[in-house]
Write a protein that binds this ligand. Sequence first.
Ligand SMILES: Nc1ncnc2c1ncn2[C@@H]1O[C@H](COP(=O)(O)OP(=O)(O)O)[C@@H](O)[C@H]1O
Ligand SMILES: [Mg+2]
Length: 413
Amino acid sequence: MSILDRLTGQDRPSPANAEFIAVLADEASAALLRQFVLEGMVSHAHVLVGGVRDLIGLLGQVERPPRQLVVDVSGSTMSNTELAELAAVCPPGVAVVVVGERNDVGTYRELLRMGVDDYLVKPLTMDLLRRVLNRRTGRSVPAQQIRTGKVVACVGSRGGVGTSTLVANLGWQLAGPLERRVAAIDLDPFGGALDLMLSAPNNHGLADLLANVNQLDPNFVERSFAQAAPRLFLLAARAELDQSGVLPPRAVLTLLAELRKLFHYVFLDLPARGGELTAALLADADTVAVVSEPSVVATRETLRLIQLAETRDDRVPLMLLVNHPRQPGHAELKLADFEEAVGRRASHVLPFDRDAAGLGENLGPPLISRRGPLALALRRVADDLAGRRSAEGGRRLLPDWLPLPGLAPARGG
Ligand SMILES: Nc1ncnc2c1ncn2[C@@H]1O[C@H](COP(=O)(O)OP(=O)(O)O)[C@@H](O)[C@H]1O
Ligand SMILES: [Mg+2]
């Protein structure tokens, strides 16, 4: 086996641990990339001949995302659907350089708008590769973090309304059938049960990360999570009941900034409706999901939660999820009355289903993967979060990070 093979990772049967993956349409360009990898001693590199589809297939096999991707779109129609599919399997923190044949400003701008870091027009030269890739393959983070994952803060109007059930099931659905990289964070160190709901170990990773929040690197972060399913990771902590200051708000915010680069979705299971941490996280989240039930107490608290979420100066996308964790009864408001009282329509209504919920709580996999009206309603919420048409089998929309308003870089022609 040649040094080149060892360096470019061609000896490995799968690119599972590749940090640099390049897929080129023709052998000459691939050879140039191999030379670049050799010259720059790029470790864990995987270079092959193929197209966007091949890259999508490869990424489906890796557990840990690579740092850098180079993908050749020449010959293909370079359709938005193809690149959108690539986007869906490629976590936000990965730098993507597209290679192609078209040399017009429109193409370049469109690619940048979609979150691509750079566009190289063929024919490739070593000089061009050095200029564009060297600043990216090094240990430094890309200068511009264009795409970021979405933090979804889930908070209940009272205990027992189903907040954790929602986090577990939405996380499961987005990571499984919808193939996003998902982090679920249990922010109740005094008895949160997300680990049980996801059949994952509670490994105290959250406390470790927060204690070392100024020395976060992707490997350390990755190790601190417990894996619940492919692409689904849990972060939790367990503290003594008399312990205080377990989750310092500033440290949690610093951690979230890092997690946004590594995951498409970060779900926060917030146990408390108020306090410094909740207020800070509701202010930082990209989406706030307020979970409630149509009881009198919950109605009053829902109103207060919505007001808290709306104290931000920019409007927060707020999802109001009306769950029925109890058998429908007398103590319940009609949906219309509930909506009038809180001044907002419910985004989704989830029916009561004791058997399904009980099963999901005690035995994995969660109920969202089963049949029945509650599972169906949950899948609609997941589709909504992923920016897809709600009906199952409905039209697939572009992944929601694609046009990130306000984050598009001000560069290009
Ligand atoms: N739609 C539903 N139908 C029946 N039971 C439900 C439903 N949603 C939640 N539950 C049950 O309600 C209980 C409380 O749910 P949980 O998610 O732990 O609430 P929270 O996190 O808000 O305290 C759990 O036993 C759960 O299985
Ligand atoms: Mg809970």
